[in-house]
Every structure is written in structure tokens, then in C-alpha cells.
Design a binder for this molecule. Structure first.
Ligand SMILES: N[C@@H](CCC(=O)N[C@@H](CS)C(=O)NCC(=O)O)C(=O)O
Length: 217
């Protein structure tokens, strides 16, 4: 397959789903253009690219649109071979995909419930989320982590790209939840140490810089 020539990311500066795609592209050293989408007033061009869910991120490679962040991350890994995000071993790959799916299916909806509810419903969602965090910490330590500062070891991989950037989001949620800690070194010491290692990567600052011109970011 020829190396793609024209790569465009349609995203929103406030979207954590888009952040992961920025990071994956930058870790791979891919040069891409960025198009900020106004989610309150979606353009015809954007709606033509993704008529099904009408959501960012969408990666457009040589004119071909690819929607859904997790699908995009895997497409990026299969297309640009440098800095692999998934392990070579098929069994280990299955484990990484399992925990990525756990985050998307189990954790992201609960994080949304925390943000969008109050009172008892929110307290219940926080309890559930903390339980999932512990399950995730135990699971990735047993199934994936070998040695090194990142979940994938010496270099950040798919799970790092998904979990690493959450530190900022956790801090924001904590401000809404007076007194509750989500980034908690007592509850999930190893997850916190992965996120701390990820926070040192240049992709964090480079993405922030790229998005800083969008005032609402
Ligand atoms: N499952 C999707 C979720 C993407 C998503 O929820 N994107 C939000 C921004 S964070 C969006 O585009 N919302 C616009 C809308 O729902 O109209 C993915 O992983 O890409």
C-alpha cells in the first residue's frame, strides 16, 4: 500500500476523542491538516463525510473518510508502521483491544453520566466509575504491562493514548465533584503513574499548541 499523501483530521478542540487521534498521528510522525468543526453548526462538507453519527473525530485520508476514534486509532497503526501502537503478538493484541473496549463500553458512558447528572444518580455513577478504574488497573497490570513507565512498557501504545490524556479530564471532573478523587494514587497507583509518564510526552504540549487558537478549547 502506498503511503497516504493527504491527511486531514476533522475534530473539535474540546473533544477527548479527538485528542487521542492527534496524539496517535503525532507519535507516528504523520503530517496532517486539522479542521476545527463547529458542532453547533455542522458544515455540509462535514455532514457528507459522516452522515451516520455526525460526530468528530473523522480522519480523511486521500479523500476517504474514517469515523470513530477507536477505529481511526487502529487504522493509523496499520497504515503508518513506525512506533507501533499495538503489540505484535496476537494474544497480547487481543488483550489490549479487550481493555480498550472496556474503557469505551463501560467507562466512557459512566463518565458522561457523572457530568450530566446530580445528587444520588451522580453519586452512584462516581462509585461505579471508581470500581471500573480499579478493575482496569488490575486488568492491564495482569494482561498487558511488562516493564517501563507506560502501560505498553518502554514506549506509549494504544492504551496509553486512550488513558494517558485523561489526567486533565479527571482533574476537571474532580472540580465538579467537590471532595471526590478520581486521579487517586492510593486507589490506582499504577494507573496514576502511567498518566504521569504520559503527561511528560511532547504530543501533549504540541496538541495543546495546535488547538490553542480555538478560543473555546
Ligand atoms: N464513539 C465516538 C464518539 C465521538 C463523540 O461523541 N464526539 C462528540 C464530541 S466529544 C461529537 O462529535 N458530538 C457532536 C454531536 O453529538 O452532535 C468516537 O469514539 O469517535
Amino acid at each position: 500500500m502506498a503511503t497516504p499523501k493527504d491527511v486531514k483530521l476533522f475534530g473539535a478542540a474540546t473533544s477527548g476523542y479527538c485528542t487521542m487521534v492527534h496524539h496517535a498521528l503525532q507519535l507516528k510522525g504523520v503530517t496532517y491538516d486539522y479542521v476545527e468543526v463547529d458542532l453547533k453548526n455542522k458544515s455540509e462538507e462535514f455532514l457528507r463525510l459522516h452522515p451516520v453519527h455526525k460526530k468528530v473525530p473523522i480522519l480523511v485520508v486521500d479523500g476517504k473518510p474514517i469515523p470513530e476514534s477507536l477505529v481511526i486509532l487502529q487504522y493509523v497503526d496499520e497504515t503508518w508502521k513506525e512506533h507501533p501502537l499495538l503489540p505484535q503478538d496476537p494474544y497480547l493484541r487481543s488483550k489490549v483491544r479487550f481493555w480498550a473496549d472496556f474503557i469505551y463500553q463501560k467507562m466512557m458512558p459512566v463518565a458522561y453520566t457523572i457530568r450530566s447528572t446530580e445528587g444520588e444518580a451522580r453519586n452512584k455513577a462516581v462509585e461505579e466509575f471508581l470500581g471500573h478504574l480499579k478493575t482496569l488497573e488490575d486488568g492491564i497490570n495482569k494482561d498487558v504491562h511488562i516493564h517501563g513507565p507506560f502501560i505498553h512498557g518502554e514506549e506509549p501504545g494504544l492504551l496509553d493514548v486512550i488513558i494517558g490524556p485523561r489526567k486533565t479530564g479527571f482533574r476537571r471532573l474532580e472540580q465538579m465533584l467537590a471532595g471526590v478523587k478520581l486521579f487517586d494514587k492510593d486507589l490506582t497507583p499504577v494507573l496514576c503513574s502511567y498518566m504521569d509518564a504520559y503527561a511528560e510526552l511532547a504530543v501533549i504540549k504540541d496538541t495543546e499548541l495546535m488547538l490553542s487558537q480555538y478560543a473555546h478549547a
